[in-house]
Design a binder for this molecule. Sequence first.
Ligand code: HEM
Ligand SMILES: [Cu+2]
Length: 548
Amino acid sequence: MEATQDRVTYINAGHTVRSWLLTIDHKRIALLYLVSITFMFLLGGMMAGAIRLELLTPPGDLLDSDTYNKAFTLHGIIMIFFFLIPSIPATLGNFLVPIMVGAKDLAFPKINLLSWYIYIIGATIGIIATLTGGLDTGWTLYTPYSTAFATTNVILPATGLFITGFSSILTGFNFIVTIHKMRAPGLTWFRLPLFVWAQYATSLVMVLGTPVIAITILMVILDRCGFGIFDPKAGGDPVLFQHLFWFYSHPAVYIMILPAMGVISEVIPAFTRKKIFGYGFIAASSLAIAIIGFLVWGHHLFTTTQSMYAATVFSVLTFAVAIPSAVKVFNWAATMYKGSVSFESPMIFAIGFMGLFLIGGLTGLFLAILGLDLHVQDTYFVVAHFHYIMVGGAIMGYMAGLHYWWPKISGKKFPEVPAKVAALLIFIGFNGTFFPQFIAGYAGMPRRYHYYPPEYQVLNVLSTMGAGILGIGYLMPLCYFMWSLKYGEDAGKNPWGVLGLEWTIDSPPHPHNFHTTPIITSDPYDYPEMAEALGAHTGHAPAEVAHV
Ligand code: HEM
Ligand SMILES: [Cu+2]
């Protein structure tokens, strides 16, 4: 094998800061995003830490109420808009979609760079807004609070969000065109890796949903200037805002979870050495989620002026959208059934994803029951539910993907033992943080208060302890990934011995990915065929057989 130092890779192709800031290589742009969103994750994590410390004791002793409001608002905004929405698509998606379709780059490399700059401009405005007074409306920016009552600066952060939305739209648009037009010869739609299908479905939601939130935010800005769209004093309707907000923000949940599902669909067959069970169903369920996801926003308005009949329809549709998710979980489990499962770190994260996402999904069904929602709406039950989806699900998937593809991205292996420890700490810390919140919420503890009756303290102490463990778990990968860059062994083309076009090229890849355009002659996940080719004794493919 050629040593990494001797050949041109996308990393050593240029050394100047300029060569990074003006790059149009999708792999370099993926790294620019990786660094930026990691910074935002740390920032949002610090806010979470402040919230948890405040909630350690019943009285509001650490943060006063105004500061507390700002802390959870900024935590939510940073984690959702500046970390989780871009996370998998902008890093792993940017890196892998062109490689997985056998192309040199995305369809519009310059637009890809533009979308990073737009993200940076939006995030910078968001940070300036934080430093100049913050925002206290909750990440949901509900009217009339955000329009008529908030004393903080709403217009500046709203402008930041408005701008950031365009980055999402451009990335989605780039992926859609790439997947339609740039597939290598022989790579038919039903030979695409499921990660690409998931990115495709996500991109549809990004392109169709994001303009709605952009316009809604613009309307909030206008209302603050006295327009009267949402402000009842001026003849507006505050509930209209909730409809528009959730028309985007429910689908946005799928922007966060679909890419993670795509990662899991790659990792499970890889470490089970089996063909994925029900390829067509998994691909179709991504599209079904993207489409039905647009029809359920009313489940956030069960306790508003929405009519009983509308609420019933939204309840039924919410149950319906759970079906394609369940199809996926079933198919992953069926893939593992009787497979030769091995427990490398990406697989541990993936199995963690399955368990946590299942709890998140099932508690979502509790919330879709009209009577039950009256009881738990705006309590910690809801906070626990969405963290099971977004952190237990989406971030766990992101972690699985980062670990799985890190050797490809960096060309280096990371140490397995600390990675397994991190996966376990994250799993334990996560459940420690958020499981008690189901109980506290069900017992009536409302969200967004910094002051609570003493009977909830035990559960809150458990939750804060869990958060400490979780925090350590999240910091560990940062350390061993950095360590691996300097001290890690060379990964070679295919360190896991798995199938997939990305594992046939160098690690880290050449700036053009492929030396010759690949020609695809078989289906993805053909592990049985691979085992046959190897005489069925190891089940692990050397790099040469890892064709698609
Ligand atoms: C990517 C990761 C995360 C996302 C996307 C996320 C998202 C959110 C959102 C949307 C809220 C609601 C804010 C609001 O009520 O306006 C929230 C609240 C909260 N989050 Fe997170 N969060 C993440 C990670 C964490 C972590 C790691 C912790 C704990 C260590 C945490 C602890 C909390 C707490 C305590 C609240 C306060 C809820 C309240 O008072 O209403 N979050 N989070
Ligand atoms: Cu929803």
